[in-house]
Design a protein around this ligand. Structure first.
Ligand SMILES: [Zn+2]
Length: 45
């Protein structure tokens, strides 16, 4: 059985993959710059 694929935006960057840091934008650390909400089975180091 496959779970329904739901594309969820990363709330940290709102799906942009970038977050504002001061006056510049940096890659969102939460989603890794993809803009998508990281899945539950995210491999962590
Ligand atoms: Zn993000």
């Amino acid at each position: 059985m496959k779970p329904p694929k739901k594309k969820e935006k990363c709330k940290n960057c709102e799906g942009k993959g970038l977050v504002k840091l001061g006056d510049k934008k940096v890659k969102c650390q939460r989603c890794g710059g993809t803009g998508n909400k990281p899945g539950p089975a995210t491999p962590s180091h």
